[in-house]
Design a protein around this ligand. Structure first.
Ligand code: G
Ligand code: G
Ligand code: NA
Ligand code: MN
Length: 255
């Protein structure tokens, strides 16, 4: 496989890089976080989106770990840069593959980053997709508990898409639940999507967590989300994922 052969080199040559998309708290209007989304720069012809290569990486524990270590390092150094320039960016969310989370070396990889960049934990969130979190629930819950002890926030991504039982999700230690964009975008007209959104908000209340609505494009959905008691929004309505320079310019101009 091309991805398999090229990833180590792509990581080393900085062909992999991150785009950033802000998350906004509706009550205060403040930026409370930013999600890091990976892209793969390709000679001449722009870049590849993650859907074309992440599924291949996720099948392999060693590749998942390589990508995860790259994300931890990239997030930690970005946090250090942005803090020293006094940007108010909240937390940086990175997407961790279950294969890495469940790797015996995961907590060592995490601690290596935290030791090397002290103070990072308070600015970091790990996102794990619902489907992956539930694949080995006990192990995920145990490792995520350890993650949280370090002061890192834990976010359950793509909520609703995995048809998880609410009882199972309750067993995970969570700070954030992200309502999958297919439900967010149908919130207005589809009673099932509305029900899943309502379930996310109910679960969050039990956990003391926040729900992020992802994929919000329209003002009508912003006000509907607000009326439902939802607090945070991530979506094109505020900003698309951006390269670091554009994201920091956006942040400096915001409000
Ligand atoms: O912008 P977008 O097309 O970036 O991302 C598509 C999907 O790819 C996201 O829903 C996310 O699940 C996945 N993704 C993006 N970046 C990463 C990453 O760094 N690691 C992992 N594991 N998944 C990612
Ligand atoms: O990891 P995750 O599934 O959360 O990644 C979110 C995905 O949704 C990324 O591919 C991102 O580019 C995409 N996205 C973010 N905001 C919007 C939006 O408002 N509309 C659409 N269609 N996609 C979005
Ligand atoms: Na995500
Ligand atoms: Mn998602």
């Amino acid at each position: 496989y091309q991805v398999y052969r090229e990833l180590p080199n792509a990581l080393a040559s900085q062909a992999l890089f991150l785009h950033y998309q802000p998350q906004i708290d509706l009550a205060t209007g403040a930026v409370i976080g930013v999600e890091a989304l990976v892209r793969w720069r390709h000679n001449g012809d722009g870049f590849w989106m993650p859907n074309s290569f992440i599924p291949i990486i996720e099948r392999d524990a060693a590749l998942s770990r390589q990508l995860g270590r790259f994300l931890l390092h990239s997030a930690a150094t970005a946090i250090a840069r942005w803090r020293s320039d006094h940007y108010a960016f909240g937390r940086v969310s990175i997407n961790i593959c279950a294969r890495h989370l469940q790797h015996s070396a995961f907590l060592d990889d995490l601690d290596e980053t935290l030791d090397r960049y002290p103070g990072t934990a308070a600015y970091l969130t790990l996102e794990l997709t619902e489907t992956q979190a539930l694949a080995d629930l006990d192990k995920s819950a145990r490792v995520l508990g350890e993650v949280r002890k370090r002061g890192i926030h834990v976010s359950l991504d793509d909520f609703g898409s995995g048809y998880a039982s609410l009882q199972h999700v309750r067993e995970l230690p969570l700070d954030v639940i992200k309502l999958d964009l297919q439900f967010v975008q149908n919130l207005e007209h589809d009673t099932e999507a509305f029900a899943v959104g309502y379930a996310a908000l109910t679960l969050a209340e039990i956990h003391g967590a926040k729900v992020v609505a992802e994929g919000v494009e329209e003002a009508r959905v912003v006000s509907l989300w607000r009326r439902l008691g939802g607090e945070v929004i991530q979506g094109y309505f505020f900003a698309k994922p951006m390269g670091e320079r554009d994201w920091l310019d956006w942040l400096a101009r915001y409000r």
